[in-house]
Design a protein around this ligand. Sequence first.
Ligand SMILES: [Zn+2]
Length: 588
Amino acid sequence: MRKANYSNRTRSLSIVRNDIRFFIIAIAIFLSTATHAQDVIQSKQYPKNQFRYPLDLPPATAGSFGELRPNHFHSGLDFRTMQRVGFPVHAAYDGYVSRVRIQFGGFGQALYITHPNGFTTVYGHINDFTPEIDKYIRDYQYKNQTFEADIALPPGVFKVQKGDVVAISGNQGASGGPHLHFEIRDTLTQETINPQLFGLTIPDSKPPAITAIGIYHLNGNPFSEKTPKEFLAVTGANGNYHLLKPQVLNISGNTGFGISATDINDASPNHNGIYSLELKLDGVTMYTFAVERFAFDQTHAINAYIDYPAFLTARRFMQKCFILPGSRISLYPQSINRGIMAFNDDKLHEVQYIVKDVAGNTSTLTLKVQSNTSAANIAPDKPTGTLLHYDRKNEFANDRVKVTIMPGNLYDDLDFQYATLPAKTGAYSVTHAIHNKLTPVHDSYDLWIKPDINLGANAEKAVIVNAATGAISSTWEGGWVKGVARAFGDYYIKIDTVPPVITPINIRNGSNMKLLKAIKLRMSDNLSGIKSYAGKIDGKWVLVVWDYKTKVLSYTFDDSIAAGKHTFEFTVTDAKNNVSTFKAEFNR
Ligand SMILES: [Zn+2]
């Protein structure tokens, strides 16, 4: 049954294969681009002479577009800034500032410029905007009494010309070191596009490096942590790779392949991501992958692209060269039978990997495969739990737990397993084992748990806890606690009646703060997490900045605080509405 389904769910471009006109057009495109250094898979051409580099430094990358990161494909280029902050950031092209964003994590501070050519550029982790934009944001923060801000700007407020300094590079937000995160997006769809396809090239004469391959014996079953697999070491150099142990592989039945590969260029020692992958069986292209462009709401599909169990258990990025049917990310331009190959004819076959970087440098690896008829037709496994379907709404329920998964949140059919485990100390329910964490969820699903112990007056304080990662967003609804779960795993109910903790760093009642630049403090919460905070001086809201790396909160004094006695008040609220307040008088 599954085999039949698989063969129908192909993403092949076979409709164009017999079209002679297609070949003529393809040849024409090939000839017109043959003079360019790039010869890479892409669905369309992008303007090559419009955008400039955003920095006046020799272009070098600490991260490439589409590079593999935990839970997402990297959405831009990370330009190196010599391990320092403070470099001028230039508008890549004419346009206007269309959005500014201040976040606790993420890009920290980001600037968006919309251009008349249909694209929007994004500059992330910046330290400062221009003084005019800084003032605009600060006015917004005071007016709306918020540190985090996401402000859309109409044309005409801040116009820029190509080359104008629009920001200063930094290390804000969830950044692992000073650099500039740079994106080019399609303004209409907000899809992010590989900036190196716009002529913003990085010197690169080195082909990708292949370190291992994976073989997955799918045999008509959905991919899971139970899929029998082997990883084989690879060696080679200068684009020519082979198995460390030369051999003819004996593989039978429906099989998927995988590869571990990275890329280096001439500008820095960093190992970045590859651009494209092609897998051929006896000369026929079975699968392609290329990091040309993708939509942000699909970026979690990296967990369908990589061998997710291998990543979770060994932090290993094995890139699968077969497509899970529920993955909707636009990185697979062409495939036959989702890249899954059937070996069942006793003949010798050749499987070839072609790996490219965005400059077109190519590495290849060829495998010899000998199949075995008698071993090829093993029946697929029968589900032992509840069979969930990737393309439908799925519901699982008993008298104490309910799971609802909307379509689009599973990447493949799933033999869903459920069990109960003994209650943990202080829990208001047994522990519900909702499958296991090795199968990824694209976005989220609804999880209801019924308390086993009466919550009494504390029902509104109940929260669902993931045993591995902590509390999830939860509400009390008709006798159940309802949570928004982003992973499978072990879940139970707890009660959060404990307010957050505020720890002042340099202020206490009666402090003399005449010589200090800022008031500093920290905050933490034991369970449900911090929902909001606010600082006030003499009853008026003031901007308290929360630094992602140090976790320090700070209010920087400005001219509005005159010499004399003042009152500082800081309030924190957690997700279950427990409130803490710190109050101190100080002299300025
Ligand atoms: Zn980045």
